[in-house]
Design a protein around this ligand. Sequence first.
Ligand code: ATP
Length: 270
Amino acid sequence: ARAQAMQIDQSPAVTYDDIGGLEEQTQEVVETVEDPLSDPKQFDAVGIEPPSGVLLHGPPGTGKTMLARAVANETDATFIRMAGSELVQKFIGEGAKLVRDLFELASEHEPAVIFIDEIDAIASKRTESKTSGDAEVQRTMMQLLSEMDGFEDRGNIRIIAATNRFDMLDRAILRPGRFDRLIEVPEPDLEGRTRILEIHTDDMNLADAVDLEGIAAETEGFTGAELASLATEAGMFAIRDSRAEVTMADFNNALEKVREEDDTSGTPIA
Ligand code: ATP
């Protein structure tokens, strides 16, 4: 199970420059994750422990994974990603064993960033039902917290968790010494959307008339992931029309298409 569930991430390097908006969030990640990894001595000198765990929370597709990947890349740390849902196992002790394996893998590859996506899968508020499944999920979470408690000896391992269901989280994991740094990753504002569109059209052959700020103004509520697919969709319209250059009309068509898809997804199935 270990080989398939837990992997050292080999995907292409992401840098802070690839992330649109999120300046404040990036700054916080630098202070809480990057500085302790790249210069642990400054914490020793002052005599404080760096935060053990950082929790990123916000809607899906806003760049939480990118941020975690970028900080690992910028510090030359190994990036190990695991989804909370993969830690939910059927058999007693299996989830806890995966957590132990996860930290073992990280310590074999220090410095390392462990990224646990969908942390809510193992750290939701306790439900009324006291089924054995819930107890097993609890044990998995306890194992995670106990690995984090052993942090002083762990040196160069940092943990970043992410969730898009912050309200569901068991507050116990937010106590001091645990995931005690909360960083909200919201939907991008106008400036953020413009920057994200710039980033995702950087390699595209855009006509001069393409007004990215105008598109950003039309896409309030879009996430980074949605803006990325809007740019791809605009490119598809150009290809269908056998053009290499992507025009403003292509973007407008792409917008229309995305909006229609939104409408139909909201329609109940008859
Ligand atoms: P989830 O909660 O669903 O895991 P996430 O917040 O981790 O989502 P990412 O996986 O980081 O989101 O983003 C998905 C994709 O959307 C990225 O690979 C990137 O192409 C694009 N994207 C999202 N946010 C941004 C951003 N702020 N700047 C640039 N691209 C972005």
